[in-house]
Design a protein. Structure first.
Lengths: 123, 216
């Protein structure tokens, strides 16, 4: 009998551990916290969030993401960017220039020192 | 081995971006939102700390253990789960409605979110990676028995498996069956037996507790 659905054993064994890590990297925790906090301020309804996130996940699957859970917070972040751009007056240009500023700050920071954003690079 | 601890293994870091693309995107977003006064950085830190250290499946396990030992609480939990769970101080942040699904010798409940991995955070913490994966989301609906087998859970053929699809407004918590032989255990000892997966419905609670498989 053929099964059209992929089996769960395509997932690495570590993903099936009893209490696996909730966040694999700190940025995932930050993206999660930002979303919940912005929701709490009333910036968007949770149903609007769920809709945006599931839209991003569907899009990624259509683009060939096997969607095994490890890319979940990437979709989460993409959905958050969409909602922030939709609901605040922040622009794509501001996000991109701030991202470049962080990248430069990271390149300049001595190894092991905290990465700080200099005042004059804040757009 | 020398006694000082320089980290020369990472000499070549300067040739690579120190922050990943994803880290940079989050940092850009976070710092702009903070500048705009839309989020409070201190509140973000407290929130992350709470989720990492205080919220987790143990919350749900406490609710389940109480339901096993206190029939009045169990009745309340099945009647109005949101209120009963709130009495523990575990409260939803999204205003979602909680529903508790009781496993019986005839019915086994399993929870999924086919859309976007909605999950009862206040009682289970954050979802495990497999819960968020497409194979689980699809197969939980089409082949629940197969999924259970993947988790090492074999149920008798006459047990009906019900799969519940969470939504942004509705979150489910499975009330697993109390295993035989645990009559002498107190609430705290019961809590230790109750796994996260048993409250999602991909496992059953066993006594003695199942030893977690070692990671490969």
């Amino acid at each position: 009998m053929s099964n059209p659905q992929p089996a769960l054993d395509v997932l690495p064994a570590s993903l099936k551990d009893r209490d696996g890590p909730v966040f694999r990297e700190p940025w995932e925790a930050s993206a999660f916290a930002l979303t919940v906090k912005l929701h709490e301020t009333g910036l968007f309804a949770w149903s609007e969030w769920a809709e945006t996130l599931s839209g991003k996940i569907t899009e990624a699957q259509a683009d060939g993401d096997p969607d095994l859970g490890d890319t979940y917070y990437q979709h989460w972040l993409a959905a958050l960017e969409i909602l922030v751009l939709r609901k605040t007056d922040l622009t794509v240009e501001q996000l991109l220039s701030r991202k470049t500023a962080w990248e430069r700050a990271a390149e300049r920071a001595p190894h092991g020192e905290p990465i700080l954003l200099p005042e004059d690079e804040i757009a | 081995m020398s006694s000082h601890d320089h980290h020369h293994d990472h000499d070549h870091d300067h040739e690579h971006p120190r922050l990943s693309e994803l880290q940079l995107r989050v940092k850009a977003l976070e710092s702009l939102l903070i500048d705009k006064g839309l989020v409070d950085p201190a509140a973000l830190d407290i929130f992350i700390d709470t989720y990492e250290t205080k919220v987790g499946p143990r919350n749900g396990a406490q609710v389940v253990a109480k339901a096993w030992t206190d029939p009045a609480f169990k009745a309340q939990l099945l009647e109005d789960a949101s209120a009963a769970i709130k009495s523990f101080g575990f409260e939803g942040r999204q205003g979602e409605h909680m529903v508790v699904l009781e496993n019986t010798p005839r019915v086994h409940n399993m929870v999924v979110c086919t859309l976007c991995s909605c999950y009862p955070w206040p009682v289970l913490g954050l979802p495990p990676v497999w819960y968020k994966s497409a194979p689980y989301r699809a197969r939980a609906v089409n082949d629940p028995r197969g999924v259970l087998r993947d988790f090492g859970t074999e149920l008798p053929d006459d047990v009906e498996i019900k799969v519940w699809d969470s939504t942004a407004e509705l979150r489910y918590l499975v009330l697993p069956m109390r295993p035989a032989g645990t009559e002498h255990l107190g609430e705290d000892e019961l809590v230790d037996l109750i796994t996260r997966n048993s409250m999602i419905g991909t496992e059953v609670v066993t006594f003695p507790a199942k030893v977690p498989e070692a990671a490969e």
